[in-house]
Design a protein around this ligand. Structure first.
Ligand SMILES: *Cc1c(COP(=O)(O)O)cnc(C)c1O
Length: 452
C-alpha cells in the first residue's frame, strides 16, 4: 500500500495551525464558568522579536521532515501528534498523579494498553517514559530486583546504553557476539549461559545501527534450559510487529514477542511522536510491587492508580500521552491498517534501495535490511580507503541536498572484502519516513552523482 502522500503546502504544513485554533476554542469552552483571569503576558512586540529570532536560529538544522533527509533515526512527529501535544500544553498536565493530569492519565493508560495489545498482551503493567533509555532502565531495574546481582547479556550490536544502565544498577554486563547479519549469535549466547551467573538477557528487535532482529525463537528456547529473565529492547523496531512484509526470521521473532518478560518501545521513533515519549511494558502486572512507595503530597486524591506509583520518574508530560492517544485514535495499531502501511512503505523503500546499491559496483551493500535501515561501504583497496571515500560521499551528498549518515560497522557486515577484520566507516540510511518510498529515485540519483 502506498501512503497517501500529498505535497504539503510549503515546507512546514503551517495551515494545520488553523485546526489548533479551533481545537483550543473547544477546550476553552470547558472552563468558561470561571471569571476571566488577569494574567501577566509579554509585550507583543518583544514576544514577536524573540520568536522570530528563534526561527532564525532553528534554520541551523538538517531538514529532518524531508524525504531527502535519509540519514539518522530522525523525523518530526505527525501533524496529529504535534497539534494534540500543543493543545495539551495550554493545560500542561502532569501524569505523575491523577489530580495533576486527570484526562491525560486516563489517555496514557488507554494508549499504553493499545501498545500492549499490539504484542498480544490483554493484561500488563506499563507506562510512558521520557524515552527508550529510561524505559530500558526501568525494565532492567525490575529484572535486577528479581535476579539480584546476576549478569546482564546483550548483543554487541545492542544499544550502547545497556552497558551503562547495568553499571548504574550495579549489575555486571557482558556483550555477546553478533553474527554477520548483525543478530545475536545463539552459539555464543549458549556458551556464555553454560558458564553460569546470568540472570537477564536483552534481545534487540531492530538494532539501532542496522535494524537487525535478534533470533527470539532461539533465545526463548535457551530460556527454557537456563531460566533467565528476558527483556526485549524494541525501542526502534517494536512497531514492525504490525508490518506485513517482513522476511521469515524477523516475522518469527515478532510473532513470539508476547512471550518475553518486558518490552521497551519508543513512540518517539516509529510511533510518529515528538521526543519525550518512550514506553516500558511488563507482562506480569505483579512487578508493580517493586515500585511501591508513598508520596505524601500527591497520592491523597484518589484510590485509583496514579501513574507515578508505577514509574521511577515523578513529573511526566501529560501532553506526551495526549499526543500518543490522538495518534492511535487516527491510526489504530492494527495489522493491515494505514499505520502498518506506513511501516511497510519504509521497509519497501529500504529493500528497493538495497537492491540498487547491490547493483552498483562502486558500493558494497551489507546484508538485506530486516527493517528499514540500509548500510553500505564504498568499494576500495582497503578499509581505510573505503572509509575515506564514505566520508567524501557523505559530504558531497549533503551539499547536493541528500542527507545520509555514517556508521562505524564491522567489516563482516560487508562480507569482509579485504580479509582484514575490524571495522569500516560505512554509509547508513534510516528510511523511517513512508515518503522515502516515493522519493527513492531522487535519493538514488543524488547518491549516484555524489559517489564519484
Ligand atoms: C533509540 C534506542 C534506544 C534509546 O532510546 P532513547 O529514546 O534514545 O533514549 C535504546 N535501544 C534501541 C534499540 C534504540 O534504537
Amino acid at each position: 500500500m502506498l501512503y497517501d502522500f500529498r505535497p504539503m503546502p510549503g515546507q512546514l504544513d503551517t495551515d494545520s495551525l488553523l485546526l489548533l485554533h479551533d481545537a483550543l476554542a473547544e477546550l476553552e469552552e470547558g472552563f468558561v464558568k470561571l471569571p476571566e483571569p488577569a494574567m501577566r503576558s509579554a509585550d507583543p512586540a518583544s514576544l514577536r522579536r524573540v520568536l522570530l529570532e528563534v526561527a532564525g536560529r532553528m534554520r541551523n538544522n538538517y531538514p529532518y521532515y524531508h524525504p531527502q533527509y535519509a540519514g539518522q533515526m530522525l523525523k518530526p512527529p505527525h501533524a496529529v501528534a504535534r497539534l494534540a501535544y500543543a493543545l495539551a500544553m495550554w493545560i500542561n498536565p502532569n501524569n505523575h498523579a491523577l489530580d495533576g493530569g486527570r484526562a491525560s492519565s486516563a489517555m496514557e493508560k488507554e494508549a499504553v494498553a493499545g501498545i500492549a495489545s499490539m504484542f498480544g498482551w490483554a493484561t500488563h503493567l506499563g507506562h510512558l517514559t521520557s524515552g527508550g533509555t529510561m524505559a530500558n532502565l526501568e525494565a532492567l531495574w525490575v529484572a535486577g530486583q528479581l535476579k539480584p546481582g546476576s549478569t546482564v547479556l546483550a548483543s554487541s550490536q545492542a544499544h550502547y546504553t545497556h552497558g551503562r544502565i547495568s553499571a548504574v544498577l550495579k549489575l555486571p554486563f557482558e556483550p555477546i557476539a553478533a553474527d554477520r547479519d548483525g543478530r545475536m549469535d545463539l552459539a555464543a549466547l549458549e556458551k556464555r549461559l553454560q558458564a553460569g551467573g546470568v540472570g537477564i538477557v536483552v534481545a534487540t528487535l531492530g538494532t539501532t545501527a542496522v535494524g537487525s532482529v535478534d533470533p527470539l525463537p532461539g533465545i526463548l528456547a535457551l530460556r527454557e534450559r537456563y531460566g533467565f529473565r528476558l527483556h526485549a529492547d524494541c525501542a526502534y523496531g517494536g512497531y514492525y510487529a504490525l508490518a506485513g512484509n517482513l522476511e521469515a526470521p524477523a516475522r518469527a521473532a515478532y510473532d513470539r514477542l508476547g512471550e518475553v518478560d518486558s518490552i521497551v518501545i519508543d513512540p518517539h521513533k516509529h510511533g510518529l511522536q515528538p521526543y519525550g515519549c518512550g514506553c516500558v511494558l511488563f507482562r506480569d502486572p505483579a512487578v508493580g510491587t517493586h515500585y511501591r512507595h508513598d508520596s505524601p503530597y500527591t497520592y491523597f486524591s484518589s484510590k485509583e492508580l496514579h501513574l507515578g506509583e508505577i514509574s521511577l520518574e515523578c513529573s511526566r508530560p501529560g501532553a506526551a500521552a495526549v499526543a500518543l492517544w490522538a495518534t492511535q485514535r487516527l491510526y489504530p495499531l492494527t495489522r493491515g491498517g494505514e499505520f502498518a502501511g506506513m511501516l511497510e512503505d519504509c521497509r519497501a523503500a529500504a529493500l528497493a534501495f538495497h537492491a540498487r546499491l547491490a547493483d552498483d559496483p562502486r558500493f558494497i551493500a551489507a546484508f538485506p535490511p530486516e527493517l528499514d535501515i540500509v548500510a553500505w561501504a564504498m568499494r576500495a583497496q582497503d578499509a581505510a580507503d573505503s572509509s575515506a571515500k564514505a566520508r567524501a560521499t557523505f559530504e558531497r551528498a549533503a551539499n547536493a541536498g541528500l542527507h545520509l549518515a555514517l556508521a562505524e560497522l564491522p567489516v563482516e557486515f560487508f562480507g569482509d572484502p579485504w580479509g582484514s577484520g575490524g571495522t569500516v566507516t560505512a554509509l547508513r540510511s534510516v528510511l523511517m519516513k513512508p515518503e522515502h518510498r516515493g522519493a527513492l529515485p531522487a535519493i538514488a540519483k543524488l547518491l549516484s552523482e555524489s559517489a564519484g
